[in-house]
Design a protein around this ligand. Structure first.
Ligand code: ADP
Ligand code: MG
Length: 275
């Protein structure tokens, strides 16, 4: 197998893009599962009221179950809502549920409304016996208080870009939001990782989008891109990521490659930072 070492502090990435349907949730769960398959320990925080990430990780999220809503609104410890995915002992999930749809409004009147996830994550990490290597936060498309909580809790922004028309539309808005968060709430936040998804090798358009993104973001874009693949899109309906659903498919191989790049880049950065 591949040799990869996990070290350093927990990397907290928010998977963000203001557009819906670009592959945020698909990328969150598959990168998480791929990191777990490489031996890293990963927590996915599902911050989208639709709960698609929870579903794909095989973690129940009915309205009666504890969820990230209770953490944000009722101060329930994050540890009380974290579940292990049936896919791997290394793959954890704090599920969302339908109550989270109301949280955008309920948060408005809460004390430290932008920091609630950050505080909960900090307390959770302090209480762990076992090292957690990654936290991946799956965001809803809008820039509401849920997304702001994710930006405030994270150290890294991970941007999936769909290789389609208008892929770059809304990007300047996202970059502007990252700047605003850096200035007012979280100076540590950096856009570190861009992944090209739903790449279609048969079209010139996919290649054009890829070239354009790479010309703007020379260091952030991963070399690996994720192909458009039916196996990727059908895995969630079996309550699985593509890593477990069809580990030899092109989509699973690409997600494992991308995960490897993410892990290795982090290790290199951490070593550089020590000198
Ligand atoms: P978002 O979370 O940004 O709204 P999703 O991850 O839910 O986006 O993806 C949107 C749709 O695209 C879903 O139906 C998903 O199954 C599909 N999809 C995502 N990535 C791929 C891919 N690589 N190949 C085929 N379909 C994909
Ligand atoms: Mg989503």
């Amino acid at each position: 197998g591949v040799s990869v070492s996990f070290s350093g502090p927990t990397r907290i990435m928010t998977i963000s893009n203001q557009k819906g349907g670009v592959g945020k949730t698909t990328t969150t769960v598959n990168i998480a599962a791929a990191i777990a398959s490489l031996g890293g320990r990963v927590l996915v925080i599902d911050l989208d009221p639709q709960g698609n990430a929870s579903t794909a990780l095989g973690v129940p999220h009915n309205a009666e179950l504890p969820s990230i809503y209770d953490v944000l609104i009722d101060d329930t410890p994050l540890a009380d809502v974290v579940r292990t995915s049936p896919e791997s002992e290394n793959l954890l999930c704090a599920p969302s549920n339908i109550h989270l749809a109301g949280a955008e409004i309920e948060l408005v009147t809460q004390v430290a409304r932008e920091q609630r996830l950050k505080t909960a994550v900090g307390e959770y990490l302090d209480g762990l016996d076992e090292q957690l290597h990654f936290i991946l936060i799956d965001c809803p498309p809008s820039l509401g208080l849920l997304t702001i909580n994710a930006f405030t809790a994270a150290t890294e922004v991970f941007l999936p870009i769909q290789c389609e028309y208008y892929a770059l539309e809304g990007l300047s808005q996202l970059l502007g939001n990252v700047k605003m968060i850096q200035k007012h709430l979280n100076p540590q936040l950096q856009l570190t990782t861009i992944l090209l998804t739903m790449f279609d090798a048969r079209t010139r358009l996919s290649q054009q989008v890829a070239d354009e993104v790479r010309s703007h973001f020379t260091t952030e874009v991963l070399e690996t891109f994720i192909p458009r693949s039916v196996r990727v899109s059908e895995a969630p309906s079996f309550g699985q990521t593509v890593i477990s659903y069809d580990g030899n498919s092109a989509g699973a191989i690409a997600y494992r490659e991308a995960a490897l790049e993410i892990v290795r880049r982090g290790t290199a950065d951490a070593e550089e930072g020590q000198h």
